[in-house]
Design a binder for this molecule. Structure first.
Ligand code: NAD
Length: 264
């Protein structure tokens, strides 16, 4: 299938590792000119070099900015005034006890997981509407519709992503601009690998044994009983971001290995 992404300009926030890097990789493979973002210049440079070697025909641009800083956002807009595709992937998560979460913690999660994507959409969406093409995708989580209680300050922000994407989709009526949310389930990113390594430290388990035990005891509702690979999410998001996926609008799309047990 040709995703028709050739020469589309795509900003993927938080794309130096994990799900964001996987999205950027598939999009570059499909011919999109991708903009790699992360906080560290070295990490951004390294992914830009890696993708440039793999896909020499597409343009790979680095944009090292801490997006939680308004000054950095202003610099990003100077460097990258317009995009065809905005993937609001960057987000933070941390299991926390409800009674230990301070007001500052709640605000930080909302600022980073909701407001950054909101500000980016507010900046990039008007040009998309003017050119009559654009894709905005928020990366939420199954926690958006099935809060586990392990990290209330995170789950709240992911539910907010769904509402925001739906509201933004209302602004796109009768255009070729779409706004959607993708909700991955537990995915084997570097952060999740570290969590597994910490959880099973000193037990002498293989990677497969760690993953099997984790799924059985901590993610019992998963139907596939394995962690999703970042590339699986990357391929799906690249499709939703493509011109051929124009009939998704304001949708909350699940890719959670069957973890959410309801039909809708
Ligand atoms: P990750 O922690 O592996 O990667 C996060 C990326 O964001 C990195 O590139 C990091 O440099 C960047 N980043 C963090 N703060 C930043 C900031 N202020 N400015 C710019 N860049 C910043 O994350 P991941 O596991 O790949 O998750 C990506 C998204 O997917 C998140 O929104 C997360 O909530 C969501 N998600 C992850 C999982 C999972 O199991 N891994 C499941 C569901 C949803």
């Amino acid at each position: 299938m040709d995703l028709q992404l050739t020469n589309k300009r795509a900003l993927i926030t938080g794309s130096t590792k994990g799900i964001g890097k996987a999205i950027a990789t598939t999009m570059a493979q499909e011919g999109a000119n991708v903009i790699i973002n992360g906080r560290s210049q070295a990490a951004v440079d390294s992914v830009v070099a890696e993708l440039h070697t793999k896909f020499p025909k597409v343009e790979i641009t680095g944009a090292a900015y801490d997006l939680s800083d308004d000054q950095a956002l202003a610099e990003l807009y100077q460097q990258i005034p317009t995009v065809d595709v905005l993937i609001n992937n960057m987000g933070i998560f941390k299991p926390m006890d409800y009674f230990d979460i301070t007001d500052e913690d709640w605000q930080r999660f909302i600022d980073i997981n909701v407001m950054v994507g909101n500000k980016l959409a507010r900046h990039y969406m008007p040009t998309m509407l003017k050119q009559n093409f654009g894709r905005i995708i928020f990366i939420a989580s199954e926690e958006a519709i099935m809060p586990s209680g392990e990290m209330p300050q995170y789950s709240l922000t992911k539910t907010m992503n769904l509402s925001l994407a739906k509201s933004l989709s209302k602004l796109t009526k009768a255009t070729n601009v779409t706004v959607n949310t993708v909700m991955p389930g537990s995915t084997l990113t570097e952060g999740v690998q570290q969590m597994l390594d910490d959880m099973y430290a000193g037990q002498g388990l293989t990677q497969t044994q760690k993953e099997t035990d984790f799924m059985k005891n901590h993610r019992p509702l998963s139907q596939i009983q394995r962690l999703i690979r970042p590339e699986e999410i990357g391929d799906f998001v690249a499709y939703v971001a493509s011109p051929i996926a124009g009939a998704f609008s304001g949708e909350a799309l699940r890719m959670d290995g069957g973890m959410v047990p309801t039909i809708f």
